[in-house]
Design a protein around this ligand. Structure first.
Ligand SMILES: [Zn+2]
Length: 218
């Protein structure tokens, strides 16, 4: 067996880091949640059923485009198909993060999309964060409903399950998962108080315009 390339090792280390970060920040608990990055025609994905504390670079699993893994590799996350299909659909994105963060999961269990309660909902690429219909975890059907619900956006909730976010790289995908959880918590709070004020489509259009001019320019 040839030694892994250093960029592969960096990607594996990044996946270990993001799983530990999700556990430390409370976005995830125990063995739930998973993450992946594009790697050649396939993906590198976190393994099934290993707590973040016990993860290392060697536990990360390479899944080829045809779904096969190398002999001796650990079993990939049960959601590897979902990661693979999301990345197939978005060649401009390279990483996917899935977690069961509390407020996103509360809304997902109520089948309630995150409305445009705050302009930061717009960072997910749409005027709301939709809910993908319920399917059993780890199934091909779940992968399909999530891809269909994303529909060009960078995040969605998953009915009676959790949330998923994708990004240019792992840091971007993680930041979006964190933002989805924050906006879910804010929306949940306004629903408790009652009568949340939702931004209109016109107001959100202004936000998307503003985002285009935001940040450092070269
Ligand atoms: Zn899950």
């Amino acid at each position: 067996m040839t030694a892994p390339q250093s960029d592969e090792m960096q990607l594996r280390a990044g996946l270990v880091r993001v799983m530990k970060k999700m556990a430390a920040s409370g976005l995830n608990r125990g063995t739930s949640g998973n993450a992946s990055v594009r790697f050649g025609d396939g993906i590198l994905v976190t393994p099934s059923g290993i707590v973040p504390d016990l993860l290392d670079e060697d536990s990360i699993v390479e899944v080829a485009a045809d779904g096969t893994t190398s002999p001796g590799a650990k079993r990939p996350s049960s959601e590897w198909r979902m990661h693979q299909r999301i990345l197939e659909k978005r060649p401009d994105m390279n990483a996917v993060v899935h977690c069961h963060s509390r407020h996103a999961t509360i809304l997902a269990c109520s089948h309630k999309p995150i409305a445009a309660i705050h302009y930061m909902v717009g960072v997910t690429g749409g005027t709301e964060v939709p809910v993908a219909p319920y399917e059993v975890f780890g199934t091909s059907e779940l992968a399909d409903t999530v891809v269909a619900s994303l529909d060009g956006r960078l995040a969605c909730l998953m009915a009676n399950h959790g949330q998923i976010a994708l990004g240019r790289n792992l840091d971007h995908a993680y930041a979006l998962a964190e933002e989805v959880e924050e906006q879910a918590a804010v929306y949940y709070g306004t629903l408790l108080i009652g009568e949340p004020h939702i931004l209109s489509d016109d107001q959100m259009a202004e936000i998307f315009n503003q985002f285009r001019g935001y940040g450092q320019k070269r």
